[in-house]
Design a protein around this ligand. Structure first.
Ligand code: B4P
Length: 190
């Protein structure tokens, strides 16, 4: 069973590439961003709490995020594998993920990190903001805040998996198809 973390800064293409990887490998796709947005749309208690953080480009607090991810994870019996998209985003989340996978005698196979320069991220997210209606893509100040938080709190998660010999860097600039071929080849080797 392969369990993959798809990693990278906001706008790196995690959500975009996840669709292709799910189709190829039959993964259960757990995207914390998507789950939060679903909760916001349905005005659940979790959605109401998460919205104020997400709209400002801040991370939702670890305790809420970890509990939510765990409750999604336990819904699946005998999956082919999990694709974690947008999680973990802090050292505490990475430690919690390792711990609850270990309780099920599972582990992360690899972290694939999409590497994209900041200027490209900014232009992708502003472009998406024109059509998505997502408040966190609406203007360059919120996006700058998301990037700053990524470098301050999330980039360390790469080291967490590097220390386990599981980090694989992937160039996230190029056509969506080219990038997905590289990701598939990397995952295929396990
Ligand atoms: P997410 O939903 O995870 O999404 P994202 O950071 O916007 O980026 P993603 O990399 O998925 O981008 P995409 O493929 O769509 O996070 C949103 C928010 O949720 C966070 O800021 C935070 O508040 C909260 N959150 C989520 N998880 C959390 C956690 N674990 N802890 C705490 N808070 C959490 O691509 C972006 C754009 O680029 C798209 O328009 C796409 O079409 C385009 N694109 C993709 N690939 C391209 C390519 N190769 N070339 C050109 N354009 C490309």
């Amino acid at each position: 069973m392969k369990n993959i973390v798809l990693f990278g800064p906001p706008g790196a293409g995690k959500g975009t590439q996840s669709e292709f990887l799910v189709e190829e490998f039959g993964f259960i796709h757990l995207s914390t961003g998507d789950i939060f947005r679903y909760n916001i749309l349905n005005k659940t208690d979790l959605g109401v709490l998460a919205k104020k953080y997400m709209d400002e480009g801040r991370l939702v607090p670890d305790s809420l995020t970890i509990d939510m991810l765990k409750s999604e994870f336990v819904k699946y019996v005998d999956p082919l594998g999990f694709l974690f998209d947008g999680f973990p985003r802090t050292e505490a989340q990475a430690t919690a993920l390792d711990r609850f996978l270990a309780q099920e005698d599972l582990r992360i196979t690899a972290m694939l990190g999409l590497e994209v320069p900041d200027e490209e991220l900014m232009s992708r997210l502003l472009e998406r903001g024109k059509v998505s209606g997502r408040p966190d893509d609406a203007n360059s100040e919120v996006i700058k805040n998301r990037l700053a938080i990524y470098y301050k709190e999330t980039a360390v998660v790469q080291r967490h998996y590097e220390n386990q010999g599981k980090y694989i860097a992937v160039n996230g600039v190029g056509s969506v198809k080219q990038i997905s071929s590289v990701l598939k080849a990397e995952i295929g080797q396990f």
